[in-house]
Unconditional design. Structure first.
Length: 95
């Protein structure tokens, strides 16, 4: 997992206290051999996706001015497209 100490702390603070059933890193930051890339985070939660995504992104950016993409999915109501997406990505659990 390619998160430095500042990014990791910012991410853990950003997700602190939010209703989640799992938080995962995906994308280029999962591959230690790659360089650069934004922080891609997948949150499994039944909370409203847009509000939760925005809340986490804002909290993260307040601590770490790094680009972050936050995807929120309800694990009990995955769409066909979401299942297909999950089948193609490598996930690394953060929390």
């Amino acid at each position: 997992m390619r998160l430095d100490a500042v990014e990791r702390r910012a991410l853990l603070r950003a997700i602190s206290g939010i209703p989640t059933e799992g938080v995962y890193l995906f994308g280029s930051r999962v591959d230690d051999a790659r360089k650069g890339g934004d922080v891609d985070v997948l949150i499994f939660s039944g909370a409203p996706a847009f509000e939760l995504s925005r809340q986490v992104a804002v909290r993260f950016f307040m601590e770490c001015e790094e680009k972050i993409d936050v995807v929120v999915m309800n694990p009990r109501a995955l769409t066909k497209e979401q299942r297909a997406f999950l089948a193609t990505v490598q996930l690394e659990r953060i929390a």
